[in-house]
Ligand binder design. Structure first.
Ligand code: ZN
Ligand code: ZN
Length: 296
């Protein structure tokens, strides 16, 4: 059984709905998916329900965007307690900072003479957390650019005239948020901004894994992070970082997978974390939880 532990949906910046992602997973024979949307848990429940119909296990997850020394660092949180009030309020804060940033960017683009509206950008985002891809799609719609890629390259990528930074938390804060919600914190795609010192610094803060298998990692990069995992006793995770069939990066669902054992190890760690975090099993991965993982 293969598991893809890094998948986005329309709940954040993916272009496939949670149901579509699960249906696609079933059609290519994936047994387990972790829905890891940016700063939101909204894609999890519908994916779990579709997963039940199609016999695909869905693991609850999240991807938090953070900043460290000017670099964007993503932290994945697996098996978080989706009922945690504290986690939800932290996520609401993240979402507010996203909306506020997009507003500033739309304003900048307007000043550059591009007639895109915040209302349309929010419509494109739907109920998902709004981000730059939604601005890009609004620009394509208006014929300002020919593609989402071009929007990033010319106007909204880092350092481009329409760019505005987002207020972000630090990787340490993200790891703490995930651990307080009983989750397993994993450094996402470290090959995109390599910093082994950061990994060392995050381990005592509660980091428990590294995303070793990711489409952007060349074989020697995987080898390097696999060795680090073995050295520090971290779990080596992996996933496609799929953002939908219309995404500019064209990551294919199931492009990077791990075995069931990895998912089991994450589940075991989460069970221990919950005990340490003092999370009531009843309100956690118990009956109230949409994923229905056994609590042991
Ligand atoms: Zn990421
Ligand atoms: Zn991602």
């Amino acid at each position: 059984m293969r598991a893809d532990l890094h998948v986005h949906t329309t709940a954040s910046d993916g272009t496939d709905s949670p149901e579509e992602v699960v249906a696609r997973a079933a059609s290519i024979g994936l047994g387990l998916l972790a829905i890891a949307d940016h700063d939101t848990l909204d894609g999890i429940q519908p994916a779990v329900e579709e997963g039940r119909r199609r016999n695909v296990e869905v693991m609850p997850a999240i991807e938090l965007g953070t900043e460290h020394r000017g670099q964007e660092i993503h932290i994945l949180g697996y098996m978080i307690d989706t009922g945690s009030g504290r986690l939800r309020s932290e996520l609401a804060f993240f979402r507010d900072t996203r909306t506020e940033r997009v507003t500033r960017m739309v304003h900048r683009l307007n000043k550059l003479g591009f007639p895109i509206s915040m209302r349309r950008v929010m419509e494109i985002a739907g109920r998902g957390s709004v981000g730059r891809p939604h601005i890009a799609r609004a620009m394509v719609e208006k014929g300002i650019v020919g593609s989402v890629e071009e929007a990033f390259d010319r106007y909204i990528g880092e350092g481009k005239p329409g760019f505005e930074p987002r207020l972000k938390c630090t990787p340490v804060q993200a790891v703490h948020i995930i651990r307080l919600a009983g989750g397993v914190a994993v450094l996402a795609h470290p090959g995109l901004s390599p910093d082994d010192g950061l990994i060392q610094a995050l381990i005592p803060e509660g980091l428990q894994g590294i995303e070793v298998y990711h489409p952007c990692h060349a074989p020697e990069v995987r080898e390097h992070y696999l060795r680090l995992c073995e050295h520090y006793g971290l779990v080596a995770t992996g996933g496609s970082d799929y953002h939908g069939k219309e995404d500019k990066k064209h990551n294919r669902l199931g492009e990077c997978t791990v075995s069931r054992r990895v998912a089991d190890r994450i589940r075991d760690l989460a069970r221990e974390n919950r005990v340490k975090a003092g999370i009531n099993q009843e309100s956690g991965i118990g009956e109230g939880d949409p994923c229905g993982w056994p609590t042991g």
